[in-house]
Design a binder for this molecule. Structure first.
Ligand SMILES: Cc1cc2nc3c(=O)[nH]c(=O)nc-3n(C[C@H](O)[C@H](O)[C@H](O)COP(=O)(O)OP(=O)(O)OC[C@H]3O[C@@H](n4cnc5c(N)ncnc54)[C@H](O)[C@@H]3O)c2cc1C
Length: 320
């Protein structure tokens, strides 16, 4: 069976969920071979093997942390040359998309970004994308070279499928050209303890209807009861009620969680562009005519300050 390279997103060997989703999708088109760069290969290999990686190719070098993405592309290219895979899958983060694009150029392969599903096809993997503010679903396949495909988080539920996960060292030469952009400092963001917005399985977002920064704790409390990330509409972030990094939409982040709850958000096309592929959408809005109700699975017409706290309490009670 053809091998499929899966680029591993991890923090010191703690593998992030989108990579496990990629392994699940990779198994539909071949045998997953994981590429793990940086420290923690042994720790990562256990989880990667559990989710179907037959091999874990690993390399560590100070350049991976000292420079921007190019040294990682050198390593992924070395893995590509060692394996000659049927496809290369990379998580659709900002970094992942840059790595994928650079690799595709180097190997002369076609690239598909932000896929939301993948299936095997007679002439190579077929990727599903959601385009034009999610108003169309397209299916594409790469027609030239090895397909390089980035896949959005939450596109598949990770499934365990134990495989060997044998760790093999990858020989990597980092070229001088890859040292063009050096990292000069790093400041860790203060952790909120909540999941990353683009990776979260549940997102609770607040909009102009929240009425002020002082009311956002109402949204945060619901998010915390569900273990969710907090999002916001552009109206809310432009008003300074919540940080811009939490904006969902065309000019913000694109999310595709299992559950998206929008409170006090009207559902403008630019907001929809960033959340319309969510699996289940719930809206709470006091205006029964709000456009958001056109795309919801469940809608509550009511004042969010009545509805959201009751919902939070009910969830807490049911969770015991
Ligand atoms: C180029 C461009 C890019 C854009 N990019 C983005 C983007 O990335 N993301 C984004 O979100 N927007 C974006 N916008 C802005 C977008 O057009 C809307 O203006 C914005 O999404 C509106 O935010 P909102 O729904 O919070 O506010 P509003 O449209 O004002 O809606 C507020 C809603 O809250 C409801 N409400 C009020 N009080 C309550 C209450 N107490 N309880 C329940 N409901 C209540 C109201 O009925 C209303 O439906 C962009 C616009 C442009 C032009």
């Amino acid at each position: 069976m053809a091998e499929v390279l899966v680029y591993v997103d991890h923090v010191d060997g703690a593998v992030r969920k989108p990579t496990l989703e990629l392994l699940t999708l990779a198994r539909r088109i071949g045998e997953p071979v994981a590429v793990h760069l940086g420290p923690g290969a042994e720790q990562a290999a256990a989880v990667l093997g559990e989710h179907g990686a037959v091999k874990v190719l690993t390399a560590d070098a100070p350049e991976f942390a000292e420079y921007l993405v190019a040294p990682k592309v050198d390593a992924l290219q070395a893995a590509y040359e060692a394996v000659s895979p049927a496809a290369v899958l990379v998580p659709s983060s900002a970094e992942g998309k840059e790595i994928a694009a650079r690799l595709a150029i180097r190997i002369g392969g076609g690239i598909i970004t932000d896929a939301v599903d993948l299936e095997a096809g007679a002439e190579g993997p077929v990727a599903t994308q959601s385009v034009f503010a999610a108003s169309f679903t397209t299916k594409s396949r790469v027609s030239k070279g090895t397909p390089v495909i980035t896949v959005k988080p939450n596109s598949a539920a990770p499934e365990a499928a134990p495989a060997a996960g044998t760790v093999e060292q990858l020989a990597v030469t980092i070229g001088e050209k890859s040292k063009g952009t050096k990292v000069v400092s790093r400041t860790p963001r203060e952790s909120t303890g909540r999941p990353e917005l683009t990776e979260a399985a549940i997102v609770v977002s607040g909009g102009r209807g929240v009425g002020g920064a002082e009311n956002f704790p109402v949204i945060e409390a619901l998010a915390d009861s569900l273990g969710a990330a907090v999002g916001a509409s552009r109206a809310a972030v432009d008003a300074g009620w919540y940080p811009h990094t939490h904006q969902v939409g065309q000019t913000g982040k694109s999310v595709s969680p299992q559950l998206y709850i929008a409170a006090g958000i009207s559902g403008a096309i630019q907001h929809r562009a960033g959340m319309q592929t969510s699996k289940t959408i719930v809206a709470i809005n006091k205006d029964a005519e709000a456009p958001i109700f056109e795309l919801v699975d469940y809608g509550v017409v009511g004042d969010l300050f009545d509805v959201v706290p009751q919902l939070t309490e009910e969830i807490k009670t049911r969770k015991g």
